[in-house]
Design a protein around this ligand. Structure first.
Ligand code: 13P
Length: 255
């Protein structure tokens, strides 16, 4: 996989935009965002809207696609789940892993996150690993401890892998208290957390760790995107709510 151009602008649509809405979204969005070779755009539609979204962007190979979740097993009797190989077959290149909603709404543990990291990497897909502290953890001064624990756990299954696998990983710092709340992290707080993540990546993965992109997520809007992107250590953005409107998403992609 070729290295990503930075900034990386990623849209997590969560459980929004079905096949029809996804296709209409792309028609509008692509008319507001012309391909640029100084950045990477990645869309994460729902599993059921994935093919429709991808089809609607067929003429735009600059737009990349990922899925929001996969099961940790290769295949089998797991009703309702999607496997990494199915995601790849559908055209995904990226998989979100350890998103706050997976951890805190669906109860996914650090151990399960590690299993998914290995599965996704062994399938040749790029994991986009999300880490971030809850509000109480920040208040207690535990932000770095939580982030480092989540990173170490997730990387456990990966470090024995070769450099080409580590080179595909993307990290998203998403403080739980900033997701969907309108309470964006101050750029200095985002930079501090990104620096802690970078230090851990460099310590555990050396020069490859230095090159892993670290995105910020949590109440990013078209109004604050440029400021956050300018914060030291912020290599891109992972956007929820503001990525659901084609014009606001195009404005963020052009930030
Ligand atoms: P919001 O942009 O809606 O706060 O969501 C962030 C997020 O969870 C992206 O993965």
């Amino acid at each position: 996989m070729a290295p990503l151009r930075r900034p990386v602008l990623a849209a997590n649509w969560k459980m929004n935009l079905g096949p029809t809405a996804a296709s209409a979204f792309l028609e509008s969005y692509l008319s507001h965002y012309a391909a640029r070779d100084d950045r990477t755009v990645i869309l994460f539609p729902s599993a059921i809207a994935f093919s429709s979204a991808r089809h609607a962007a067929e003429a735009r190979p600059d737009i990349q696609f990922g899925v929001q979740n996969v099961h940790s097993a290769e295949k089998g009797a797991f009703t309702g789940e999607t496997s990494a190989s199915m995601a790849q077959d559908a055209g995904a290149r990226f998989v979100l892993i350890g998103h706050s909603e997976r951890r805190h709404v669906f109860g996914e543990t650090d151990a399960l996150t590690a299993e998914k990291m290995s599965r996704v990497a062994s399938q040749g897909l790029a994991p986009v690993l999300c880490v971030g502290e809850k509000f109480e953890e920040r208040e207690n001064g535990e932000t770095n401890e939580v982030i480092v624990r989540q990173l170490r756990a997730a990387f456990e299954g990966l470090l024995e892998n070769d450099a080409s696998v580590l080179g595909t990983v993307v990290i998203a710092y998403e403080p739980v208290w900033a997701i969907g709340t309108g309470r964006t992290a101050h750029p200095e707080d985002a930079s501090a957390a990104h620096a802690a993540i970078r230090a851990e990546l460099s310590a555990s993965a050396g020069s490859i760790g230095d090159s892993i992109p670290i995105l910020y997520g949590g109440s990013v809007t078209a109004l604050n995107a440029s400021t956050l992107l300018a914060a030291p250590g912020v290599d891109g953005l992972l956007v929820g709510g503001a990525s659901l409107d084609p014009e606001s998403w195009a404005a963020i992609c052009n930030a």
